[in-house]
Ligand binder design. Structure first.
Ligand code: SPV
Ligand code: MG
Length: 568
């Protein structure tokens, strides 16, 4: 009993099954019949799986009479081996033919990572041992020994196990015949003997074990003598117990009860809390691994895009309208501002949309978005909100103010930019005398139609309360839209993290981030527009936003004459 409890997973499956057969502990194999049940057996703690012929045929809805072809069984095993890393001992019935079929079976099982096969000394096509067992003809003993030898000679993995199943007791041939056959099969090279019985008491199994006297590993299937205390098997020196059909039977009972309940009650309310959640199904399918892999492999290649919408503010100057909701939920042309924005993103195939709420975040419509909340919204600014969404910048990401309305080409052109960072600047907006400088942009070149095809770079953006650089006129106003290419995301996040170290981080706005990127040597492309957008900063903006949004639809509507501007 000094052997380790279990060979570590690093050992091959066939090694682990062989060790279970040979150890002097009593070991247990649980039946599984598809990928899901194989995973469930593993999670329950079992060390090995019995690929039951009865259960696999049952889950296909056919009889245990070799109605499913052997290749269908082997294909099914592949799903099981993928879903669980446990060793699988296949119930290979009679070997699906003669010695030659066994050779081919062993080869195919090895290729699919199956640890061993059990073959029984009946004739093909077989019938389950519990259906008229006495009437079933046994295989000729010598011919069956040839099958075992052929199987052993054809395996290329020395640890692949062949278990020989003796049906003499089932078929009523008596103990002497059972022992004679078991010995012949052992000498033919079987790695273990499965001795089967259909009695409700273990008597003939215990007698067999006593007479067998430890000549080799013994495997049993106590389906019929299930009330026997497991210690009796231990004391009899049994090597492995197979719980042969209990997952399929459990599944059948549950499915029958649930199907009937839903049919009779015509509602799901009575069953919802009694069945596995959809999320539990996703977990068993390892859906998280898929999402993680998608992030690694799909984002770069397939232009995965996301958006982060900063929507934490109540809206200074809009207090009268924002008692119950944040600014982004104000209705404009029949729907909340945020909905306009979400629809604009979706039109550009940006479906991964994170909205950072704050003030009355509870009132934000979560349809089609992921809501994260900046709990410190009352005392912090835009960058603190952006930091709350840092984990959700997936692929190329547009970062946007929440109160924007714009013509669709603006976003289309922005996301088409091949620069790591790109912003939209409205050259029709220049500061009025005495106006605060927020978001005015200083660019490498002023807007000029002659520029077409030539890149313009952002030099700085005036942040909140910073005022206008009196020595120099800005070239326009930054609209509140940035596109960050996937490859630049980490650098953006690193700059954000640097700023986060500053004691005044809570007060910093998006302009501070743009300026920090430029200071760090990043090139931020400018795309000029001339109107065609609106921001909503006060009641006046709000009124005009409605006109603007209405004007987005049919040609000829008012308000799309190209001179629409915002934040004025
Ligand atoms: C199986 O699980 O298919 C078996 C065991 O062969 S028994 O059904 O008990 O014969
Ligand atoms: Mg079977």
């Amino acid at each position: 009993m000094n052997a380790p409890e279990q060979l570590p997973v690093g050992f091959s499956r066939s090694m682990r099954l062989r060790e279970m057969l040979q150890s002097n502990r009593l070991e247990f194999l649980m039946e599984a019949h598809n990928g899901m049940s194989a995973r469930i057996a593993k999670e329950a703690g079992f060390k090995a799986i019995w690929g039951s012929g009865l259960s696999i045929s049952a889950q296909f809805g056919v009889r245990d009479n070799n109605e499913a072809s052997w290749t269908q069984v082997v294909d099914n095993l592949e799903f099981m081996a993928d879903a669980s890393d446990l060793p699988i001992l296949l119930d290979g019935d009679t070997g699906y033919g003669n010695f030659n079929n066994v050779r081919r079976l062993v080869k195919k099982l090895e290729q699919r990572g199956i640890a061993g096969v059990c073959i029984e000394d009946k004739q093909f096509p077989k019938t389950n041992s519990f259906i008229n067992g006495e009437a079933q003809p046994l295989a000729d003993m010598d011919e069956f020994c040839g099958k075992i030898k052929a199987g052993k000679d054809s395996q290329s993995d020395p640890n692949f196990s062949i278990v020989a199943r003796v049906e003499a007791l089932i078929a009523g041939w008596g103990m002497e015949e059972a022992l004679k056959r078991a010995e012949a099969y052992r000498q033919a090279g079987a790695d273990a003997i499965l001795i089967h019985s259909k009695l409700s008491k273990p008597d003939e199994i215990l007698t067999f074990a006593r007479e067998w006297a430890g000549r080799g590993p013994l495997v049993i299937v106590p389906t019929k003598y299930y009330s026997t205390p497991t210690d009796a098997f231990r004391q009899a020196g049994i090597s492995c117990v197979i719980w042969a059909n209990h997952l399929i039977r459990g599944a059948v009972s549950a499915m029958q009860a649930i199907a009937k309940e839903i049919h009779d009650s015509e509602t799901l309310v009575n069953v919802e809390d009694r069945i596995a959640s959809v999320n539990e199904i996703f977990r068993l399918q390892d859906a998280d691994e898929y999402s993680a892999a998608e992030n690694i492999y799909l984002s770069a290649a397939n232009e995965k895009r996301s958006a982060v919408v900063l929507a934490a503010s109540r809206g200074a100057g809009l207090e009268a309208l924002t008692e119950e909701r944040p600014k982004v939920m104000l209705p404009v042309a029949g729907k909340p501002l945020l909905r306009h924005l979400v629809e604009a993103f979706k039109k550009e195939s940006i479906n991964d949309i994170t909205v950072v709420g704050g003030y009355r975040a509870d009132a934000i419509d979560k349809g089609g978005i992921r809501l994260v909340v900046n709990e410190q919204h009352a005392s912090t600014g835009e960058l603190a909100s952006l930091a709350c969404a840092a984990a959700h910048l997936n692929g190329d990401t547009v970062i946007s103010y929440g109160d924007l309305l714009f013509r669709s080409y603006i976003l289309r052109d922005l996301v088409d930019s091949d620069s790591d960072f790109c912003v939209v600047v409205d050259s029709s907006q220049t500061p009025q005398a005495g106006e605060a400088g927020t978001d005015f942009a200083y660019c490498s070149t002023a807007d000029d139609r002659a520029l077409f095809g030539q890149k313009v770079w952002l030099e700085s953006v005036a942040g909140a309360g910073q005022g206008i650089d009196t020595g120099r006129a800005p070239q326009g106003r930054w609209m509140g839209l940035i596109n960050v290419r996937a490859g630049a995301r980490e650098r953006l996040l690193a700059t954000l993290a640097e700023l986060q170290k500053r004691p005044d981080f809570g007060k910093l706005d998006m302009a501070a981030l743009l300026n920090a990127l430029i200071a760090a040597g990043e090139k931020v492309e400018v795309q000029y527009v001339h109107g065609h957008w609106r921001g909503v900063n006060d009641l006046d903006d709000f009124r005009r936003a409605g006109d603007f949004a209405h004007g987005q639809s049919p040609i000829g509507s008012e308000g799309i004459d190209g001179t629409e501007t915002a934040r004025d």
